[in-house]
Design a protein around this ligand. Structure first.
Ligand code: TYD
Ligand code: MG
Length: 460
C-alpha cells in the first residue's frame, strides 16, 4: 500500500514544507502555501509507473569538452501557420515541450485545433480533458472542412495518454489542458501543484525520449501568471502567451521564453466566425479608415518585438464636469499618461489640469513601447486645441520628464514601415538622426528636440 503523506507546497516557487506557513521562506510571497496529499509510491508501484523502456544501467556520465559534443541537425517542423512559426523562431523543434498560456475564452483551443487541422501531412493527437469529442468536432467543422490526419482523445489520465501516444506514434501531440491532467500515483486533485508538476515532468521526459513535440495549454490565474507553480515554466522549452481584449477581435501570441529562438517575436491573429485569421500586415488594420482628419488622433510608429507596427492613438480632452478631472486610458499605462500630462502642463504650459482626459489605443492592443509617447502627446494637444493632425503624419519618440524628445531603438525600421505604407511625414527625435540616410526614403523626416517644437510645428 502506498503511504499517505500531507505536505504544503508554495504555489509560486514550488517550495515544500511539512507545516503551513503564512509567508514562504523561499520566495517571500504571502499566502501561497496549499495543502497537498501525496501518496508515496512503493517500489513495485514505481516500476509500474515508469513507461520508458528499461535502459541498461549507465556507466555514469563524464565531462566532455564543448567542442567535442556532436550536435545533430535540429529538426524544425514548419507549420502552415506563419505567425506561429515566427513566434516559435522558425517552426516546432523536434522533442520540444511548448506551453501556451492565456485567459479562458481567448482562443487557445481554437488556435491549437486549427493548427492541427491544417497540418494535413503530419499525424496529430489532440488530447482534450475539457471538451467532449462532439464539442471538438463541432469546433472543427467551424474552422475547416479539409481532410486531415488529426486524432482526438478524450482522456485525463497521464499514464493512459502516454500509452495511446506510444501506440499511435503521432508527429505532434496537443494537450488541452495541463490543469485537467492527473497522474494515478498522486492523490491530490487535478490542477493542484503536485499533479501539474508530475504531469509536466512526465510529458517532458516523454517528449525528450521519443522526440515528439508536445504543445501544452495552460490556464492563467487572475494576476496573469500561468496557474501552477513557476516550476512549470522552468520545465518547458518554450512559453507562449495568447492575449488580447475579449471585446476586440485581435489576439497577440507572444514568446515569453524560447530555448530555440528569440523572445522578441510576436504573432497577430484576428478571431473570426470561422476561426483565427493570421494578420500578416497589422498596420493596415490598426489605422482606422476615415475620410476626413479629426482632432485628437495621431498615429504612432511602434515596434512590437521585432515587428514595426503603425497604431492609431486617440485622445479626448474635455472640460471636467466634476471637481476632480478624470483620467482614463485603454491599452496604455495610466501612470504614464499622468506623467505625460504633467510634462505638458509644466513644460508646455497647457491647461490639462481642469480637463477630463480619455485615451484609447486602436484595436484593444496594449502597447509598452515608449516610442508611442510622441503620438500620444500629439493626440492630447490636438484634442485640447481642436486642431487636427493629417492622417499622413506619424510619430516615433519617447518624451522625457523635462519635455525633451528622446531617441528610440530601431528607428530605421520604423521609418521604413511608415514609408512603405505611404505616410508623407514622420516626426522623430533629433537625437535619432545620427547615421540615418534620409535620401533613401520618400517620406519627409522631421526631427524635434523638445515638445515646444512639436507645438510650434503642428499647432500654430
Ligand atoms: P476557445 O478556443 O474555446 O478559448 P480557450 O480555449 O482559450 O478557453 O475560444 C472560445 C472563443 O472563441 C469563444 O468565445 C468563441 C470564439 N470563437 C470564434 O469567435 N470563432 C470560432 O471559429 C471559434 C471556434 C471560436
Ligand atoms: Mg479551451
Amino acid at each position: 500500500m502506498a503511504k499517505i503523506k500531507k505536505i504544503f507546497i508554495c504555489s509560486e516557487c514550488g517550495a515544500t514544507s511539512p507545516k503551513w506557513m503564512g509567508k514562504c521562506s523561499s520566495c517571500g510571497n504571502w499566502n501561497t502555501y496549499q495543502e497537498e496529499v501525496i501518496s508515496k509510491p512503493t517500489t513495485t508501484e514505481l516500476k509500474r509507473a515508469s513507461w520508458a523502456p528499461k535502459e541498461p544501467a549507465k556507466q555514469g556520465s563524464k565531462p566532455v569538452l564543448v567542442e567535442d559534443i556532436q550536435t545533430g541537425q535540429r529538426i524544425r517542423y514548419t507549420t502552415p501557420d506563419k505567425e506561429l512559426n515566427r513566434v516559435l523562431g522558425g517552426g516546432i523543434v523536434q522533442g520540444s515541450l511548448i506551453l501556451i498560456g492565456g485567459q479562458p475564452g481567448i482562443g487557445k483551443s481554437t488556435l491549437m485545433l486549427q493548427v492541427a487541422l491544417k497540418m494535413d501531412k503530419a499525424r496529430i493527437l489532440y488530447v482534450s480533458g475539457e471538451e467532449s469529442e462532439e464539442q471538438i468536432k463541432m469546433r472543427a467543422e467551424r474552422i475547416s472542412s479539409t481532410p486531415n490526419n488529426c486524432y482526438i482523445l478524450n482522456e485525463t489520465n497521464i499514464a493512459k495518454i502516454i500509452k495511446h501516444t506510444q501506440n499511435l506514434e503521432p508527429d505532434l501531440v496537443i494537450i488541452d489542458s495541463i490543469q485537467t491532467l492527473s497522474s494515478p500515483f498522486i492523490e491530490s486533485m487535478p490542477g493542484s501543484i503536485s499533479q501539474i508538476r508530475e504531469c509536466a515532468g512526465e510529458l517532458q521526459r516523454f517528449a525528450k525520449t521519443e522526440h515528439v513535440p508536445i504543445f501544452v495549454i495552460g490556464h492563467i490565474t487572475k494576476d496573469g501568471s500561468i496557474a501552477g507553480p513557476k516550476l512549470l515554466e522552468h520545465v518547458v522549452d518554450v512559453v507562449l502567451q495568447f492575449e488580447g481584449d475579449q471585446h476586440y477581435t485581435y489576439r497577440i501570441l507572444r514568446t515569453l521564453k524560447n530555448r530555440f529562438g528569440s523572445t522578441d517575436e510576436m504573432g497577430i491573429y484576428e478571431m473570426q466566425a470561422n476561426g483565427l485569421r493570421e494578420v500578416l500586415n497589422p498596420s493596415e488594420l490598426l489605422i482606422s479608415q476615415k475620410e476626413e482628419d479629426l482632432s485628437g488622433s495621431a498615429i504612432a510608429a511602434t515596434m512590437e518585438g521585432m515587428r514595426p507596427m503603425l497604431i492609431e492613438t486617440q485622445a479626448l480632452v474635455s472640460t471636467a464636469v466634476y471637481g476632480t478631472p478624470q483620467r482614463s486610458a485603454t491599452g496604455f499605462d495610466l501612470r504614464r499618461l499622468s506623467m505625460l500630462l504633467a510634462v505638458l502642463e509644466k513644460r508646455g504650459g497647457l491647461p490639462f489640469a481642469q480637463n477630463d482626459v480619455f485615451l484609447n489605443i486602436a484595436g484593444g492592443i496594449r502597447v509598452d513601447d515608449p516610442a508611442i509617447d510622441l503620438a500620444i502627446v500629439s493626440a492630447l494637444i490636438s484634442s485640447l486645441e481642436d486642431v487636427d493632425i493629417s492622417s499622413k503624419i506619424c510619430f516615433a519618440g519617447e518624451v522625457g520628464l523635462s519635455g525633451e524628445i528622446r531617441a528610440v531603438n530601431r528607428i530605421e525600421q520604423r521609418i521604413q514601415e511608415a514609408d512603405k505604407l505611404g505616410f508623407e511625414q514622420i516626426f522623430i527625435s533629433k537625437y535619432n538622426l545620427k547615421g540615418l540616410q534620409l535620401e533613401k526614403y520618400d517620406i519627409k523626416v522631421n526631427s524635434l528636440g523638445k515638445i515646444e517644437e512639436l507645438y510650434q510645428t503642428l499647432f500654430t
